[in-house]
Design a binder for this molecule. Sequence first.
Ligand code: UDP
Ligand code: MG
Length: 323
Amino acid sequence: MKKLKDVRAVKMNPLVSIIVPAFNEELVILEMYKRLKAILEDHQYPFEIIIVNDGSTDKTIDLVRTLCKRDRRVKLISFSRNFGHQIAISAGIDRAKGDVAIIIDADLQDPPEVIPRMIEKWAEGYDVVYGVREKRKGESVFKKVTASLFYRILEKMAPIEIPLDTGDFRLLDRKVVDELRKMPERSRFLRGMVSWVGFRQVNVKYVREERYAGVSKYPLPKMLNFAIDGILSFSTVPLRVASALGFLAASLSFVLLMYGLIVRFFYPAKAIPGWASIFVAVLFIGGVQLICIGILGEYLGRVYEETKGRPLYIISELLNFDE
Ligand code: UDP
Ligand code: MG
């Protein structure tokens, strides 16, 4: 610990790269910039703010272009279409120059005022400082319950430890950023990937605020997709569940067979035509088979996506990146 601290002491004024994914955030992006700039300048951190415009169809891009003209420290990566939150963050990570990178949502749900506390932890020698939501304001009971359930299921299934109740609001040391860049997978569940990378990780607790303005860009189907990605990218337990279901169905049918034989030979009077039980058994096994094929398909689909080897995202515009 002491030793690590000495290493960091050399870089007391780290270059801070802030990565902000933004999809149709015209109502919040300027306020976000203001709050970020205030807090970073207050602490005299040199910084760059990388805003990743994830195919917005509103005025987000125009607003960011204006910001870029006014302040060279604001950089724009614009995608050719909407590629999704996790990929937008990845694009930011790919171009971040900082000694530390901080991922933060554009909607001010993650308060920028937590950033100095994260940097303090980093200066103590930690490589990943992730925000843990102590409270979530302004989110529906449904979202809170499903989110909490999801994190607990994932914890049971994934062989790596993914901290509970964390989002993508986190600080990454340069070396973590460099490792993440080497991970080319398409189904990106970044909070899992960061855990997978390892190094010294620590949390800071914060209260998740309400969205400053606008509406959530994560409707239920997108959330569900994200949750499934999270589980399938980090766990093969579902495949094992499929086999378990298969065994269960097979055992059950064996028991039924025994029962049928016993009745047939020892109590022939009671033997009834029994088409109903056959009907039920066929349906049951059919159902189990379909479930298992579905699970296989989910993995296979992801293998297919990976083998195509397409780029993760396509950039249509870059501003204030000098290289
Ligand atoms: N976002 C994105 N691409 C998307 C969806 C969301 O870049 O396809 C961004 C969005 O602009 C915001 C962050 O991801 O900065 C989190 O999204 P949001 O706040 O809508 O999600 P919630 O907080 O409701 O889960
Ligand atoms: Mg939000």
